[in-house]
Design a protein around this ligand. Structure first.
Ligand code: HEM
Length: 158
């Protein structure tokens, strides 16, 4: 038991750093998905391989971040552990409340928005598909920006 706790404590800074750095890839992916969809919509373009690839990459990159976040949440972070152990008391701390509830909630919504954009756009004809994609990816971007703890380090080393 003590051994597995030690191992998790050892993993914590590594996964936290990965989650920190990966958010830049997430931002890049979702901004790119928004821009290629916007360009397709405004420019009246046909569907293209580039559009399809960029939006697929955004979905995958987002899912990886969700997975890293879940690993932090359920096993590694002392903040979510405090939240899960004693939700009432933990609510008194701004930091615990943010990482125990607000951050995961907003980021899960942001992930769902990217998935909704991809799957809905695919089922529509090009122009309305691009419009649908633009709206959902932009919404995801807003949720990500709102849910990001900007007071934490912008880059965290391993
Ligand atoms: C999908 C988009 C997400 C982005 C862009 C994101 C971004 C971040 C950033 C920038 C940090 C601060 C890292 C640091 O202090 O170095 C963080 C911390 C954290 N995130 Fe996320 N996150 C996302 C999703 C999630 C999800 C879905 C969960 C949980 C289910 C989650 C759980 C956590 C936890 C628990 C911490 C703090 C850990 C601690 O300081 O002990 N994240 N996240």
């Amino acid at each position: 038991m003590a051994d597995s706790r030690q191992m998790l404590d050892h993993l914590y800074p590594i996964v936290l750093a990965a989650h920190n750095l990966w958010r830049w890839i997430v931002l890049l992916g979702v901004v790119a998905a928004t821009l290629v969809s916007l360009r397709g919509w405004v420019g009246g373009k046909r569907r293209s391989l580039v559009n399809d690839r960029v939006t697929t990459v955004a979905v995958v990159v987002m899912d990886v971040q969700l997975l890293l976040g879940l690993v932090l949440y359920v096993g590694l972070s002392p903040l979510s552990r405090a939240m899960l152990a004693a939700p009432g008391a933990a609510m008194q701390s701004r930091e615990v409340r943010f990482f125990g509830m607000e951050h995961p909630f907003l980021m899960i919504l942001a992930t769902l928005a990217v998935h909704a954009g991809k799957s809905r756009a695919r089922r529509q004809e090009a122009r309305s598909g691009f419009r649908t994609g633009t709206v959902w990816y932009a919404l995801s971007l807003v949720l990500i920006l709102a849910g990001t703890p900007w007071w934490r380090p912008l880059l965290r080393g391993f």
